[in-house]
Ligand binder design. Structure first.
Ligand SMILES: Nc1ncnc2c1ncn2[C@@H]1O[C@H](COP(=O)(O)OP(=O)(O)OP(=O)(O)O)[C@@H](O)[C@H]1O
Ligand SMILES: [Mg+2]
Length: 239
């Protein structure tokens, strides 16, 4: 069953068509990889689904609700959370204050929020950094803080934008372990990633974008053999 369904979703910036008539579904509890060359519209897709940007056209249904006309906080309340490609936090806040802010944005009341914050920080391994200012975290810490903030809204679906970028091999392995545990909790995961080898080992399905359009969709082995995907993105001999 689809937990998220996008139909003819489009977003332009002036004459630049960043996302073009994109239709796809996300199955409940799957890990779906969104891949494609730089500038192919992946982040813009997340931005129009989460309503950081308003789509020019198209509909998005999440968990039975039309969300393409809703403001971002209402979408979050319904259980859709995301992380950003470039981590950015309130520098004056501590790690736990940042996650608390997310929990409140997700509609949790104060009592629930405190438990949720410590659970989320424990889950990503940042419990000992709870009182640190956010800007003292290294890149891996910042990536985990974004995940903790996303989990603090108790999501049904999380959209992760390049969660592995900038991490070393050991951190990549740990982060992938975290992502599989998120899915084991019954949360659906959409991941934008350029680390194809890593993400294709874990994703159930992949959608490949090129110049705003979906050019392939299927299991990782299927899309890696796709002639157009090899031509515009992976190159010969990637796998
Ligand atoms: N806010 C914006 N204003 C104008 N143009 C934008 C904006 N956001 C994205 N674009 C343009 O839209 C296109 C798609 O960008 P997007 O960031 O969605 O690509 P991407 O697939 O996420 O790329 P990357 O893999 O490099 O992160 C690019 O040409 C980009 O320059
Ligand atoms: Mg991007």
């Amino acid at each position: 069953m689809a937990i998220l369904e996008s139909t003819n979703l489009s977003k332009s910036f002036g004459s630049l068509r960043a996302v073009i008539n994109l239709s796809f579904g996300v199955k409940e509890k799957e890990i779906l990889a969104i891949v494609g060359p730089n500038g192919s519209g992946k982040t813009t897709l997340f931005n129009v689904i989460s309503k950081v940007l308003r789509p020019n056209q198209g509909t998005v249904v999440f968990d039975g609700h039309r969300i393409d006309k809703l403001p971002p906080h209402r979408i979050t309340h319904l259980g859709l959370a995301r992380t950003f490609q470039v981590p950015s936090f309130f520098k004056s806040m501590t790690v736990e204050e940042q996650v608390l802010l997310a929990a409140h944005f997700g509609g949790k009341n104060s009592h629930d929020a405190t438990t949720t914050v410590s659970d989320s920080l424990g889950f990503v391994g940042l419990a000992d950094k709870a009182k640190s200012p956010t800007d003292l975290l290294d890149i891996y810490g910042k990536k985990r803080l974004m995940i903790a903030s996303a989990l603090a809204v108790k999501p049904k679906l999380v959209m992760l934008d390049e969660p592995l970028a900038g991490l070393n091999n050991q951190e990549v392995a740990e982060e992938l372990g975290m992502i599989t545990k998120i899915r084991e909790q019954g949360i659906t995961v959409m991941i934008i990633e350029h680390n194809i080898r890593a993400i294709f080992a874990w994703a159930d399905r992949a959608i490949v974008m090129h110049r705003g359009e979906k050019i392939a969709e299927g299991s990782p082995p299927e899309v890696s053999k796709d002639v157009q995907v090899i031509k515009v993105y992976l190159g010969e001999g990637y796998f």
